[in-house]
Design a protein around this ligand. Structure first.
Ligand code: AHR
Length: 681
């Protein structure tokens, strides 16, 4: 039996009804809308915006993004490296690699572990060549679900190697799905002294576009050749940085103008056990010295196993800070609180041994902000960023709960506040927005006068509609709220059937008007998870989906983007019959001023099956412009989704409407999210 929350009741459906889930969920969504709209939508209702009654400021951080290395988010995702398992450190050292040709003798391809001399990157590949000609032995790398290759784009190849005797030649070939060469090069590796590692690099241009490419390296020469860090990057990376990030994916983030970026997780911060927790110090410095760990999402779901999912940390904390700076977002790193994932091993570090964990937090602040004369500030400068990153906040713990969390959190808080009094700490309220775990933590955190409480909600669309007024009654001058992870689930949490359809997106839009109306309490919010690879995901729904050549935003992405681009600076009331609009008559609304542009910005979400007209009166302004701009996100079909083939099926459309006086007459389409901007003169 499966328990399913519908409206305000809990009903039980038989297992064999699951196949009809989609039908039921659509039907129930409609029922809820009808109940909420009082069956018949009220026409021409007057709305009043009180533009001179500022209720509080909208923080610049209000709408942000949450990046976690899940669904091939980092390796195989924003980190543009095309070679999978480039340093042979996966549990199975040859995973992703295939030996080509016929080595003469057993052991001619040998993985060697030099842990004693290089603990960060212990393994390398030793190939014994026996006067080999081109085409006799080599390696093929399959990439992350293949490689996406673009015609006329240059690719940077590099390899760490050592080899004595005469030079060895590497014949490089990009291969399409039909085994045809679509780019090639010959790289000569001059002899070394056999001890020291050298790096050889060379670029070449692809002759065709191919979504399912792979990469061959044929070896020509004689003697022992040691190889490590075999790498292939496209050159069209974000900001054209060598060894950088996938520009199309980052551009989608930059387009949102996010107020913050929370990273690197999520559950990966906690790890299955403490040995597999995320440790930021191991992710900085030379890339070939950053030790790899298994990604927790590799084995988390038996129904979505991803045995080739590891974290190489080519993308580490320096790169995350740099990304935040690039896209104008405040960095929000999350650190391990001395606790492994409580859904997994639930290991905790003894309180008397928590020192190194707390020191990591203090050192991170120094790494981000410290003068170049400090230990960690110097490391930042050595990596190319002498100026501080201006870190103002960090999270201690992800979804941790129970007294064991509070005990550890108090130690972190005391140490951080003692050294950096103005620094703000984001605190976990557990896994859910209600229940015993939440109630316990909410009380404890408020007793501690916590700066910011992180709430997570993965719930059905109905929950989002019903909770648009969640924060109306929260204390105003106490701990602030961060909606750190949320997404409406069209089926249920961790179901593989969840879709990023318009039903989920419009429910989130309705809920977000409630966050915006309460922006004096809710200071940050972010959808989760952010990215998913169509051939490598573990968790759905996700904000942005990609394959190896394309990236597209879901309807949920456009909701987030519209809120972020229209966040304004100050909250003002928008009322009907003296009340906020939080679902009565199927309408949700919020309004802000944008003092930078002198505009009134209104958001209206019509979740009913009917179009509705509204007269909006703007009070408290002398005069309005003679026109208003409207941006409408809408679909007649609540099941509609975007896809690689139709990336903008649900996407915003702009229009302009004439105004007379201080009234805006607006027609709201069924299932629509409308943003109105009008200039006050
Ligand atoms: O967003 C996916 C996961 O959901 C996050 O890692 C975790 O914090 C939450 O349970």
């Amino acid at each position: 039996m499966i328990h399913k929350t519908v409206g305000f009741k809990q009903i039980t459906v038989k297992k064999n009804a699951v196949k009809n889930m989609k039908y039921y969920s659509v039907l129930l969504f409609f029922c809820l809308l009808l109940i909420q709209s009082g069956i018949k939508a009220q026409e021409n209702q007057k709305l009043i915006v009180k533009a001179n009654q500022v209720k509080g400021a909208v923080q610049s951080t209000m709408w942000g993004v949450f990046f976690e290395d899940i669904n091939l988010g980092a390796d195989g995702g924003i980190y543009a490296e095309l070679i999978k398992n480039r340093s042979f450190e996966f549990f199975r050292p040859m995973m992703g690699w295939r030996v080509l040709g016929k080595p003469a003798t057993e052991g001619d391809f040998l993985v060697i572990n030099r842990k004693e001399t290089n603990s960060g990157n212990p393994r390398f590949l030793r190939v014994t060549l026996r006067n080999n000609e081109k085409g006799s032995v080599g390696l093929n790398n399959e990439g992350f679900r293949s490689m996406g290759i673009k015609k006329d784009l240059r690719y940077d190849f590099s390899v760490m190697y050592r080899h004595q005797g005469s030079p060895v030649k590497l014949h490089l070939e990009l291969i399409n799905g039909k085994n045809e060469i679509i780019g090639s090069n010959i790289v000569t590796l001059p002899a070394t002294n056999g001890e020291e590692w050298k790096t050889q690099a060379s670029g070449f241009t692809a002759t065709a576009t191919e979504p399912k490419a792979s990469f061959n390296i044929w070896m020509e020469g004689d003697g022992i050749l040691d190889m490590d860090m075999i790498s292939l990057f496209p050159t069209d990376t974000w900001k054209n940085r060598p060894g950088g990030m996938r520009a199309d994916m980052i551009q989608l983030l930059a387009d949102m103008k996010p107020g913050f970026i929370r990273f690197p997780g999520g559950c990966i911060v906690e790890g299955f056990d403490l040995s597999q927790r995320y440790q930021w110090k191991k992710t900085i410095g030379p890339v070939d010295e950053r030790p790899l760990i298994i990604n927790r999402w590799n084995f988390e779901f038996a129904h979505r196993p991803t045995p080739d999912y590891f974290q190489t940390f080519g993308l580490g904390f320096f790169e995350y800070f740099q990304l935040a700076e690039d896209i104008g977002a405040e960095p929000l790193p999350i650190l391990n609180a001395g606790m492994a994932c409580q859904f997994n091993s639930a290991e905790v570090v003894p309180l008397e041994q928590i020192g190194p964990y707390v020191q990591d937090a203090l050192d991170l602040i120094e790494f981000a902000n410290g003068d170049v004369s400090t230990t960690w500030g110097k490391k930042r400068a050595e990596m190319g960023h002498p100026a501080p990153f201006n870190l103002k906040m960090m999270g201690v713990g992800n979804e941790n709960w129970g007294p064991q969390y509070i005990e550890r959190l108090k130690i972190f808080t005391q140490a951080i506040k003692a050294k950096y009094p103005g620094f703000r700490i984001v605190n976990s309220s557990g896994t859910d927005p209600s229940g015993d775990r939440y109630d316990y933590l909410n009380k404890e955190l408020r007793d501690m006068n916590a700066d910011i409480i992180d709430e997570h909600y993965y719930r059905r669309p109905e929950w989002f509609l019903q909770n648009a007024n969640r924060y109306d009654s929260f204390p105003r001058n106490a701990s602030k709220i961060f909606g750190g992870e949320y997404a409406a689930q069209s089926d249920k949490t961790v179901s593989v059937n969840n879709k990023n359809n318009w039903q989920t997106a419009i429910a989130e839009a309705a809920f977000m008007t409630g966050l915006e109306r309460n922006a004096d309490v809710v200071v940050m919010a972010s959808y989760a998870p952010l990215f998913a690879h169509v051939d490598g995901w573990q968790w759905t729904p996700d904000l942005i989906w990609v394959d190896n050549l394309n990236a597209y935003g879901t309807p949920n992405y456009y909701v987030q983007k519209l809120f972020s681009l229209n966040k304004g600076t100050d909250i003002v009331p928008i009322l009907a019959d003296g009340k906020s609009l939080a679902g009565a008559d199927s309408l949700y609304a919020s309004a802000v001023l944008d003092k930078k542009t002198n505009e009134v910005v209104i958001k209206l979400v019509n979740v009913s099956v009917k179009s509705m007209t509204r007269e909006i009166n703007i009070e408290g302004v002398k005069k309005l412009d003679t026109k208003a701009s409207l941006t409408v996100l809408h679909s007649d079909d609540i099941n509609e989704v975007n896809s690689i083939e139709a990336p903008k099926a649900v996407s915003p459309a702009d229009q302009s409407i004439p105004l007379k006086g201080k009234k805006i007459n607006v027609s709201l389409e069924p299932y629509s999210f409308t943003v109105i901007r009008v200039r006050a003169l």
